[in-house]
Design a protein around this ligand. Structure first.
Ligand SMILES: NCc1[nH]cc(CCC(=O)O)c1CC(=O)O
Length: 330
């Protein structure tokens, strides 16, 4: 008889982690795989999955926005081909499917954007007419608004591709600078290539930027409970507020919306959360930027965070946010 179950060999069956193949996705999955091995005591194996966003050179907005990255991983989860998946939270649509759960939102990395410019330049040191690459309407809008406020002249150039490709445009001299998430650079061990971390006062990051989401099937409650040990309730509160703002603005994941929740403390404990939001026109000529501050209740605090996001969205919409987003030409 050859029906020995894996556990009988003394080694528990490995958990299968579905991941995209990009260097960044592999780095992020590797980090979470290590943490999951720690909390479950089980081996974790990486299962590579190709998404349409990885193989297509089409504009992301044309093939359904950044949600394309998540879709293939989610299909593999629901088919039972993998046990859990790691996403960049900012690439996940705000509507959560009923049959999947974000079991853990681990402590987020630096949420800010970073500038990688030639010759060590910072943003304000860029020469007139500098060409800055980004594929993000949010970054384009805010970079142009910031330049405008300084009386600076810049040109934004639409680019796509992985981190290496994007930095390559600067190294080759094709562009003066590119803007990338600092968290991505950190996870790839390349933060030293950033010439400036862009202050959130100027460039408000994407909702959820710098945070990873660990997702599994809702039906797999035992695994969800184990993965939940990796959850950071403060990260969860912050990104819940940011994503609730995004959802209430009825903006897609490629919309020019920036949002960042900061947790404020009295030195002993976190007591308050400040949520900032920004929406602008593609040319940066008009920008609505507002913030609200509220108490952070004891864990989980998710509903309070959601309410804060909705409240700020209502204030931004009253100041004309919808009109600005409507003007964007995709
Ligand atoms: N849309 C691509 C993407 N999704 C997540 C990150 C970075 C890591 C993160 O924000 O957690 C990036 C690259 C970038 O924006 O430079």
């Amino acid at each position: 008889m050859n029906a020995t179950p894996p556990a009988a060999s003394g080694r528990p069956a490995p958990l299968r982690l579905g991941t995209r193949r990009s260097a960044l996705a592999m780095a992020q999955s590797g980090l979470i795989a290590d943490a999951v091995r720690r909390v479950t005591g089980r081996p974790v194996e990486l299962v590579e999955i190709t998404t349409r966003g990885d193989v297509s050179r089409e504009d992301l907005a044309q093939i359904g926005g950044t949600g394309v990255f998540a879709t293939a991983l989610r299909e593999a989860l629901l088919r039972g081909e993998v046990d859990f998946a790691v996403h960049s939270l900012k690439d996940l649509p705000t509507a959560q499917p009923d049959d999947l759960v974000l079991a853990a939102l681990p402590t987020r990395e630096d949420p800010r954007d970073a500038l990688v410019a030639r010759d060590g330049l910072t943003f304000t040191e860029l020469p007139p007419g500098a060409r800055i690459g980004t594929g993000s309407p949010r970054r384009t809008s805010q970079l142009r608004a910031w330049a405008r406020s300084l009386g600076m002249e810049i040109e934004t150039v639409s680019i796509r591709g992985n981190v290496d490709t994007r930095i390559g445009y600067v190294r080759s001299g094709e562009l003066d600078a590119v803007v990338l998430a600092a968290a991505g650079l950190t996870r790839l061990g390349r933060l030293d290539e950033a010439t400036e971390i862009l202050a959130a006062d100027h460039i408000l990051p994407a909702p959820g930027q710098g945070a990873l989401a660990v997702e599994c099937a809702a039906a797999n409650a035992a695994l969800a409970a184990q993965l939940a040990e990796l959850d950071d309730p403060y990260t969860r509160a912050a990104v819940t507020a940011e994503r609730s703002l995004l959802a209430a603005l009825e903006a897609g994941c490629s919309a020019p919306v920036g949002a960042l929740a900061d947790l404020l403390g009295d030195g002993q404990a976190v007591t308050e959360m400040r949520l900032r939001g920004a929406v602008g026109t593609p040319d940066g000529s008009s920008l609505v930027q507002l913030s609200i501050t509220g108490p952070v209740p004891a864990a989980p605090g998710e509903e309070a965070a959601r309410l804060m996001g909705r409240e700020l969205a209502a204030e931004m919409l009253a100041k004309g946010a919808a009109g600005l987003m409507g003007e964007r030409a995709l």
